[in-house]
Design a protein around this ligand. Sequence first.
Ligand code: PHE
Length: 456
Amino acid sequence: MAVLGLATGAGHCASFGTSVRVLCQMYRTGNLTKMLSNVLIARRNLHNTQQNPLFGDSVNVLGQTYQTDDWTNISPKVLAKVGQNLHNTPCNPLNLIRKRIQNFFYNNFIKGGRPLFSVYDKISPVVTKEQNFDNLLVPKSHVSRLPGESYYLNSTYMLRAHTSAHQLDLIRTGLNSFLVMGDVYRRDEIDRTHYPVFHQIEGVRLFTSFELFQDVRDSTNLSLFEDGQRLPDRQECHTMDAVKLLEHQLKTTLYNLAHNLFGADAEIRWVDCYFPFTHPSWEMEVKFDGQWLEVLGCGIMEQQILHAGGAGEKVGWAFGLGLERLAMKLYNIPDIRLFSSKDSGFLSQFNVDNPDTPITYKPISQYPQCINDISFWIPDDFSSNDFYDIARNIGGDLIEQVTLVDTFFHPKTQRHSHCYRIVYRHLEKTLTQGEVNEIHKNIEDTAASRLGVEIR
Ligand code: PHE
């Protein structure tokens, strides 16, 4: 379960939507905080007793050295993805789609003859926990802080789990309208639409009272702030006038963006949701092949964040969208692993000068899958994400999917067992059963020694 939000993942999105709805409910009842504090304590205890066996005292990321400690849970395979910068790589579909989104903002928001939004696409993905969570008011007990959800370099630094991690810093520099584009990292299950790294675009726009109300005919009595109560549709400090105008502005902008990307006939709807850093908050869903799919999360920025950034006299909206999910739909790309493929058969299909050129991906040859199951008895503190990481670390991009296919409780021994199905497939050649068996055995042995599972 990946739960910072929602819809902004690669295919992470699929799990976000539901979990957000469930989370909202749990937040309201207070059960979430209780449950999560217990889980956090249990998981921290587990981590205190486990050293990361894959690194020594330190880990090097983008030329910087970080001392490892009992929080370190980054894996070499994920580390190898840092610095790939697919969103800045010509011919990569992620680069095409980010250009389209950037152009949309450049063309539609101009102030004094210049683009209103400035673009940041080279900010390092290494951030502090403070940037990723605290600055965004993510509660200490929020599930997204669990070691099972994010990649930590140590107890201070992590790989950003969303581009929102840069909101406060950029507001502090005095910016009012900006887009942040970059790679983000989340621990998750593995399949065709889930990958531990994906890409997001964050948008933030702040308004002074003058800017927000300038098009209202009689705006003399309008103000941004009042002393009120927090309600489902506004924060305690915002006036209804301010919130309604901001909501209208935000939704129109994103609605136009979605039509720009997916065509005038695209069906779009809004769903209420929850983020710690916006209120009220919404997800946008777009209909593809008869199914609603969450594509972005957004909302009115929490005023406390603007205060902390020295922009307390303004109000603002923010959104975050996941590029892989959009690109997979837009270009008909069937497998998320293809984005990091260096295969010319893939990249040459996206070699166009004009990012608006319509492209439908034609699959390069499909090689057969090899399917192997693995069953084991699990210890009490077992987390599936730890197993997915081991599989991914050993099998890398040869692993197309890992799914939990069966669970079993033995009444006599009182032990639980899990069975995972691992689907192996090479994107560029046929794998032999011998090659697969070797990797599979390595995964079994590593899971047994690191996670304390007992292979059945
Ligand atoms: N950061 C959120 C996520 O990754 C998306 C978001 C950004 C939501 C900005 C609201 C405002 O899910």
